[in-house]
Design a protein around this ligand. Structure first.
Ligand SMILES: [Zn+2]
Length: 379
């Protein structure tokens, strides 16, 4: 049986770590194209100036247009060529990073997230959108980023809602990797067959990935609440450092080589509803992970531990929490139908799923979550 494990070449996090960006650029050359939203670049401009001077590198700042489109990728590729650099720095949140991955196309890429809201930074894939913000395609690259650099000072200064959303995304990782392992399904870590094909050669998960996924879960449950309080006060504490690692490194390696299952497929299904659009990826995933546990009839102590944690940090436990005002079976069935299309990761669950069984699990979880919140608030 073939198994695979992939990861960035280097992951480094620390207070004011951006001051060392120049050092990593220097390992590839004397300059880099920095792709980031103007606001994000402004937030860290002083550090960029300082590291460029300290390490003698030139940073070509490329204002990112805001959407990860094929046109934007082409524009930035051209700009890198004009500037004579093949080192790409992706700075900011998800879309700027996905764009930088696509511009770099698997080579000389340094990713510098300014928030820890998802587990995407370490991965070898990106999501592209059309000009009118609709899903376009998944892109897979020959390699993961060369360096993932997390400046915990910058992350602690961002709103804590981002960090909490990242915890929601991170909590899914273990449960999805566990389901994938139980069903012996393939993971995303297979070698890419080509660019923009979305196809990977089949490979199963590894002990390494499931172990990291479990460490991710344990770390979030242990340190998540304390990290949120630190972030609320814009300080870097050991708990916050643990959560930055869990949200980014542990969850990133855990999902890519451990596999996705029902939670992320149901998240994709939620896009047919209006309400959830106002919530971050990880916030929605916190709820869909709860749905997965209901779908697989997980032990009640596991379900309650997840709900207790979600309530403590303010993650959604019901559809109401995602601004779905009225829960109608026809609407929920649309969500479930989209979650169950043949190419979705939901088929990595270790039993057969149908749109009907998924719709019923969503409704059951929603009712349980609303009731649980009420019971907890009465105590
Ligand atoms: Zn995710």
């Amino acid at each position: 049986m073939r198994r695979a494990f992939i990861s960035p070449t280097k992951y480094v996090q620390g207070e004011n770590e951006l001051l060392n960006l120049g050092f990593y650029i220097k390992t590839f050359g004397d300059s880099a194209l920095v792709i980031g939203n103007p606001d994000d670049i402004k937030r860290v401009q002083d550090k960029l100036d300082e590291t460029a001077e300290r390490f003698g590198v030139t940073l070509h700042l490329a204002d990112f247009g805001g959407e990860a489109t094929r046109n934007e990728v082409e524009r930035l590729k051209k700009l890198a060529k004009e500037k004579g650099t093949d080192t790409i720095v992706g700075l900011g949140g998800g879309k700027a990073i996905d764009t930088s991955k696509t511009v770099a196309n698997g080579h000389h890429l340094i990713v510098c997230p300014t928030i820890a809201a998802t587990d995407a930074p370490t991965s070898h894939s990106a999501v592209l959108y059309t000009e009118d913000h609709q899903f376009d395609d998944y892109a897979y690259f020959i390699q993961n980023p060369s360096v993932v650099l997390m400046d915990t000072t910058v992350i602690a200064q961002a709103p804590s809602r981002f960090l909490v959303a990242g915890m929601g995304d991170a909590l899914a990782t273990y449960y999805e990797a566990r389901a994938t392992r139980r069903s012996n399904s393939n993971v995303n870590a297979g070698l890419p067959n080509g660019f923009h094909t979305g196809e990977t050669a089949p490979a199963k998960g590894s002990i390494a990935a499931i172990t990291l996924a479990k460490a991710c879960y344990d770390t979030v449950m242990e340190s998540g609440y304390s990290a949120k309080l630190a972030c609320d006060n814009n300080v870097v504490s050991p708990a916050l450092e643990d959560i930055v690692e869990a949200n980014t490194l542990l969850s990133g390696l855990g999902f890519e080589s451990g596999g996705l299952a029902a939670s992320h497929a149901i998240y994709n299904g939620l896009t047919v509803l209006d309400g959830p659009h106002n919530y971050y990826h990880g916030e929605q995933v916190a709820f869909t992970t709860f749905v997965q546990l209901v779908l697989e009839n997980a032990p009640m102590d596991e379900i309650e531990a997840l709900l207790d944690f979600s309530l403590s940090v303010g993650l959604p436990v019901s559809l109401e929490d995602l601004d779905v005002k009225e829960v109608k079976y026809e609407d929920i069935l649309k969500v479930a139908t989209k979650a169950c299309i043949p190419e979705e990761s939901i088929h990595a669950m270790p039993f057969e799923v149908t749109p009907d069984s998924v719709a019923q699990a969503i409704i059951a979880a929603d009712a349980f979550g609303r009731d649980y919140r009420k019971r907890k608030s009465m105590k």
